[in-house]
Every structure is written in structure tokens, then in C-alpha cells.
Design a protein around this ligand. Structure first.
Ligand code: R2B
Ligand code: URA
Length: 303
């Protein structure tokens, strides 16, 4: 919303770094982008969808291009904007960016730092970020989509912790409750997708930190694992993944709304190994994409 031609602060990405003001140029190293023409190239971005795998984010961009046909030019080249840097992949489909972030909070954090600067330099306003990913479900059927209403670390605290200059710095992982309800309302109209809202535990690895028994090292018992997963379920946690507290905290710090929408590939109360057949995996992986696309279409005024 503009008032007297001035953009309200609440709608812009608010970088929290005074040092940037004295820099005459800024190279977004992992994107392989400098700050030339960013407003021209990205100024219309309103939605950014991020996910771990580069392949998934390319497929998502292709899906989106089909879904937004008529709104975006179908002939648009789907080139990987950040491909030359060989780290992350980024595609632009009209007002939507699809970006990969790799596995885990450190990889995601680097991508988000450069993404926030890109959005800031491009003067983007009212941007919403969605993480569309995979996860291990807690007490939900495989294939269920979990919309995170609270992102929690392994101590079940809504905190993202980093060691900065030798000190542990804790940032609050805050998610927008209204956005969660809006996405849930869209999901309720999609009969073929089971959707729940719930807590998401963010782990620092896939094996021991998620209580698996099938890693290369494990020094707890099957019973310890069972008790921990049951404790998660009782605390309202419905899935485990590896990025939620990081994205929730970092987006909150720069004043960007974010939502986390992940499909559960398995029910961790029943096992650890992911042996989903490829066709079923594709179907599951598509569910968060379909839901978020439907949400974006609603916001863009599609019937
Ligand atoms: C979900 O899946 C990945 C690990 O397989 C990780 O990025 C996550 O959060
Ligand atoms: N991603 C995770 O981090 N954990 C799972 O169990 C499945 C996907």
C-alpha cells in the first residue's frame, strides 16, 4: 500500500546492516549476480518459493508457468538465473521466484542473506516467502501436507541459534498466523490433499538429530527414540525437517512474511527409511507446490 506516494515500511524488506550503506557495490557471490538492473529484472517479484532440491525448484517453475499461463508469457525462457555460480538455482515466472536452498540451515541461511539483499536492491514490496519441502511426519499418514504453525529447535524452543563472534546468538522463529490460516483455507478446498497445521521440529541433521536408528552412528535405544518422538507428538509437533527455525527467524528479522509447507514422506512413529516408490514420491512432492500455487493464484485474482 502506498500513502502519498511513499511506500510504508511494513511492506519492504528491512535489512538490518548499517555497513551496507557505505558499500558502493555489492556482489551476491553465491548467486553470481551484481546489483546492476536488479529493479528492472526483479522489481515485480511478490512471491518467493524456496525448497531444498534444485531439480524440484526447476519442476516447480515449469508447473507454475503452466498454471499462470495467460498471466505470464508462456514463451518465457526458464533459464537458471544463478546457474553460473553453481550453488543454488533460481527461476523467475512472472511475479514468482523459485529458488533452491540445499540441505540444512547453514545452506539456507547463505541463500536467504543474498535473496533478502536482492529483494531490497530490486525495491520489491509486499513479498511473501514459502518453503515448499519434504519432511518426516509425526503421527500423520505419509503424503500429508503440514503447514507449520510453530517452528521449534531440538529443545522444542522457537529459536534459531547461531554462533557469531564466539557467542551464541538466539533469534526468535516467528511465523505469521494469518498466513497459516489463509493457506489452510485454500487447502480445505483441495479435496485430494490431506492437510494439517502443527509444529515443525528443525533438526541439524537427518539421522541422529532426528532420532533415526539407521545412521552411521547411534548410541540411544529404540525405546529412547520412541519416547522422544512421542514427546514431540504430545507437544503438537507434526513433522521434522531441517530448515524451519532458520527461515522463520531470518524472514522475521527483515520483515518478510513466510510460511512453511512440507509434505510428510513417512510417519516417523512407524519407521526411519524412506522407500517411497518414485511415482508416489513425485505425487507427494507436488502437493506443497500445488497448494502454494493455488494460494498464489488466489492472491493474483485467479478464479
Ligand atoms: C527435508 O529434506 C531434506 C533432507 O532429506 C532437508 O532439506 C529437509 O529439511
Ligand atoms: N526430510 C527430513 O529432514 N526428514 C525426513 O524424515 C524426511 C525428509
Amino acid at each position: 500500500m502506498e500513502q502519498n506516494g511513499k511506500i510504508q515500511n511494513s511492506e519492504v524488506c528491512q535489512l538490518k546492516n548499517e555497513h551496507l550503506k557505505s558499500m558502493t557495490s555489492d556482489y551476491l557471490y553465491h548467486f553470481g549476480l551484481n546489483t546492476d538492473n536488479l529493479q528492472e529484472r526483479f522489481g515485480d517479484v511478490k512471491f518467493v518459493c524456496v525448497g531444498g532440491s534444485a531439480h524440484r525448484m526447476k519442476m516447480f517453475a515449469e508447473y507454475l508457468r503452466e498454471q499462470l499461463a495467460g498471466y505470464v508469457s508462456v514463451g518465457d525462457d526458464l533459464n537458471d538465473i544463478t546457474g553460473a555460480a553453481h550453488r543454488y538455482s533460481m527461476y523467475k515466472v512472472g511475479p514468482v521466484l523459485s529458488v533452491s536452498h540445499g540441505i540444512g540451515a547453514p545452506s539456507l541461511a547463505v541463500m536467504l542473506d543474498e535473496l533478502f539483499k536482492l529483494l531490497y536492491y530490486a525495491k520489491c514490496t509486499s513479498v511473501t516467502i514459502f518453503r515448499i519441502g519434504t519432511s518426516g511426519g509425526i503421527g500423520v499418514q505419509p503424503g500429508t501436507v503440514v503447514i507449520t504453525d510453530q517452528a521449534l529447535n531440538g529443545f522444542l524452543q522457537p529459536h534459531y541459534e547461531q554462533i557469531i563472534l564466539g557467542k551464541v546468538i538466539t533469534r526468535e522463529a516467528v511465523l505469521d498466523k494469518t498466513l497459516v490460516s489463509e493457506i489452510k483455507a485454500v487447502a480445505e478446498k483441495m479435496d485430494d490433499i490431506e492437510v494439517v497445521t502443527g509444529g515443525t521440529m528443525c533438526a541439524a541433521d537427518f539421522y541422529e538429530a532426528q532420532g533415526r536408528l539407521d545412521g552411521s552412528v547411534c548410541n540411544y535405544t529404540a525405546d529412547d527414540k520412541k519416547q522422544f518422538l512421542q514427546k514431540l507428538f504430545n507437544a503438537g509437533v507434526r513433522n521434522i525437517e531441517m530448515e524451519s527455525v532458520c527461515i522463520a527467524a531470518k524472514c522475521h528479522l527483515v520483515n518478510i512474511k513466510c510460511a512453511i509447507v512440507c509434505v510428510a514422506l513417512l510417519n516417523r512413529l512407524h519407521g526411519d527409511q524412506i522407500t517411497t516408490p518414485p511415482e508416489l514420491y513425485k505425487k507427494y512432492e507436488l502437493r506443497p507446490q500445488r497448494l502454494v500455487t493455488q494460494f498464489i493464484k488466489t492472491k493474483l485474482g485467479f478464479k
